[in-house]
Design a protein around this ligand. Structure first.
Ligand code: SF4
Length: 317
């Protein structure tokens, strides 16, 4: 017997998923932490830096348009300079590695050779699975080396080592475009139970150090990142307060990373006085994906307004 699609009653969960998908689709696109204009200006400087990079980028744009030939070098790359960590977070594969390490550190010379070889890069994320600051000077030299080549650089840290050797200052002085600081609990008990091996008070003190220095020299680089999961989702509004405490009065609202799909949280970012939106948005995502771990919530810090983030592919157009 043939079915008329319009008369088939969808399961309630499917109807809800469709509505959730439409809701997410209609949200405005986020922007990068320093703003789309800053990203575009940096991309122009990157393309002007090396004619081969510009030629490669044009190939990339053509390939995106015709979707047939992929004849360009990567324009973006994640580089894992360190494959070890001083934390053992519950949701992280590092915790399963023997002694929390799966490979030796990447030598600085290898990093430089990689960038020479990959002349098409306009953006890198310098961090993979591990705490990049454990590498010390070589990591900071990598940041500087990439920035001297006009590459947009993102990096992530657990903030546990920022107080040592004035790393908070040396990290900002190395000029990364974005520093993501992972904060997965809004209080000591939650934070330390998820980020095993951590000391909550030390991390927050270090956030204050790096944000105070950033304000002092007039740069805006840091963001708080939260992996939303069952054990911390009830704290979502508290992250806003924590980020304000860690980042100063410039902080306003948490934001979601579109790349990881929690765009609904943008609504909260644009109406930071409506906290209920945040909870509703997270509920939406939970229904859509039926999972507890994996959403990234992002709190801007050291800035006066909520900022948004653009999917990397959108930025590359
Ligand atoms: S700090 Fe980051 S890399 Fe280290 S264990 Fe936690 S999630 Fe993994």
């Amino acid at each position: 017997m043939a079915h008329d699609a319009d008369t088939i009653e969808r399961p309630a969960s499917t109807q809800r998923d469709v509505a959730d998908a439409a809701f997410l689709r209609n949200l405005p696109a986020p922007e990068p932490s320093m703003g789309s204009a800053a990203y575009a200006a940096q991309r122009e400087r990157a393309l002007a830096f090396d004619p081969r990079r510009r030629a490669n980028y044009e190939k990339y744009l053509r390939a995106r348009a015709d979707r047939k030939i992929v004849d360009y070098l990567p324009i973006k790359l994640d580089v894992e300079n360190v494959s070890r960590c001083n934390f053992r977070c519950t949701m992280c594969q590092v915790s399963d590695w023997h002694k929390g390490q799966r490979a030796g550190d990447m030598p600085l010379e290898s990093f430089k050779a990689l960038l020479d070889q990959q002349y098409g890069l306009i953006e890198i994320k310098l961090q993979g699975m591990g705490e990049p600051l454990m590498q010390g000077d070589a990591y900071l030299a990598m940041l500087r080396h990439a920035r001297e080549r006009e590459i947009w650089v993102r990096t992530t840290t657990n903030a546990s080592l920022l107080h040592l050797r004035e790393n908070y200052r040396r990290l900002i002085d190395a000029d990364p475009n974005e520093v993501q600081i992972s904060i997965d609990g809004a209080d000591e008990a939650t934070f330390e139970s998820i980020r095993r091996g951590s000391v909550f008070s030390r991390v927050i003190a270090n956030c204050k150090l790096i944000n105070a220095y950033s304000r002092e020299i007039g740069v805006d680089r840091t963001n708080m990142w939260v992996v939303v999961q069952q054990s911390n989702r009830h704290q979502l509004p508290d992250f806003v307060e924590l980020a304000a405490e860690a980042g100063g009065p410039g902080l306003r609202a948490p934001q979601a990373d579109r790349v990881h799909g929690a765009r609904a949280l943008h609504r909260f970012g644009r109406h930071s006085d409506r906290r209920l939106d945040l909870t509703e948005a997270v509920g939406t995502r939970e229904r859509a994906h039926r999972r507890d771990v994996g959403e990234l919530l992002r709190c801007g810090s050291a800035r006066r307004h909520p900022v948004r983030r653009v999917a990397r592919d959108d930025l590359a157009r």
